[in-house]
Design a protein around this ligand. Structure first.
Ligand code: 13P
Ligand code: SF4
Length: 311
């Protein structure tokens, strides 16, 4: 197929023929966002995966998102365009090392950020996303001992807003830990009329100077509902596409990274999703997310518990 319009037409056709749904995260590239049937943050995508009546789920995001969709739909085919679309946070917590860490705190319950492997979810009491983490942490009695994994930045932020002292696993997102506080402060000074908004995967010093902290959907809603017209945004650059589509008159400035030449505001994993790969994935119905029955069985309850607690 020679051009983008043809590929898009073919994808639409295959989608109908196969009763497939395309679920996309805000960090994928604009042309993929525009072809998605549903676009959302991690929580909304998990909910949509739980509700869908499609036979095939094509997940435009990263591997752990596909796994979550599969865990919620063991009898459906879940495909992602590139199996190499991982996540630095998920990779920071290998199962054996995490099991050993957990064993050191036998009286603790485990809260895991959804950005972890299905294996880690099998060792988890409840899963959270950045949009319901506070609500779910607050649902535990104050004296419950808790481990939070794998994102130390979201965990640290949760400790600060809830007054808890959760034990943190030492993981981080390679995109969100690259913001430069120094350059952000300088930019805020140069644009005094702008609000600085950040994702909670950013490091604590960056979050401390933010006017608003939230998940991708929360950041999008903040930009939409705010009376201010200029924003400095510390999260993956893909979200700027939806922000500019929904707020064409607002000025959106990506927050600066430590090394502005490294393209650090892009998640290289998310950007492994492309139109040609999506076409092939739909046509050949692979690569498919495959999980053992045992893993599905053990990782399902902490996800269902999250969906129940954040209704
Ligand atoms: P949310 O869209 O849930 O805020 O998650 C951000 C993220 O890093 C996904 O990988
Ligand atoms: Fe993982 Fe960070 Fe990419 Fe999200 S942006 S998928 S947390 S590496």
């Amino acid at each position: 197929i020679s051009n983008e319009a043809d590929i898009v037409n073919q994808i639409e056709k295959l989608k109908k023929e196969k009763n497939a749904i395309i679920l996309g995260h805000f960090y994928i590239s604009p042309e993929l966002q525009d072809i998605s049937d549903f676009l959302g943050d991690s929580l909304a995508l998990a909910r949509k995966a739980q509700e869908t009546e499609a036979d095939i789920i094509v997940f435009l995001g990263v591997h752990f998102m596909g796994e979550t969709a599969k865990i919620l739909n063991p009898n459906k085919k879940v495909i992602i365009p590139d199996l190499n679309a991982g996540c630095s946070l998920a990779e920071s917590a290998p199962k054996e090392a995490f099991a050993a860490f957990k064993a050191k705190y036998p009286d603790h319950q485990v809260i895991s950020y959804i950005n972890c492997t299905a294996d880690i979810k099998t060792l988890t009491d409840v899963v959270v996303t950045s949009s319901n983490a506070r609500q779910i942490v607050d649902s535990f009695p104050q004296d419950t001992k808790l481990i939070f994994a794998p994102d130390k930045n979201l965990g640290n932020y949760m400790n600060s807003v809830t007054g808890r002292d959760m034990v943190l696993w030492d993981g981080a997102c390679m995109v969100h830990e690259k913001y430069s506080l120094e350059k952000i402060i300088k930019m805020m000074d140069d644009h005094k009329d702008a609000k600085f908004i950040a994702h909670p995967e950013c490091e604590q010093p960056v979050l401390l100077v933010a006017d608003f902290v939230g998940s991708t959907t929360a950041l999008l809603n903040y930009v939409k509902s705010s009376e201010v017209s200029k924003f400095i945004i510390a999260t993956e650059s893909g979200i700027l596409h939806q922000m500019s589509k929904e707020c064409p008159d607002k000025i959106l400035i990506p927050a600066p990274s430590i090394d502005s030449t490294c393209g650090c505001n892009d998640c290289t994993f998310m950007k492994l999703n492309t139109l040609p790969k999506l076409y092939n994935a739909l046509k050949f119905e692979q690569p498919e997310i495959i999980l053992s029955e045992e893993t599905i069985e053990q990782s399902k309850s902490p996800i269902l518990r999250m969906l129940e607690l954040s209704k």
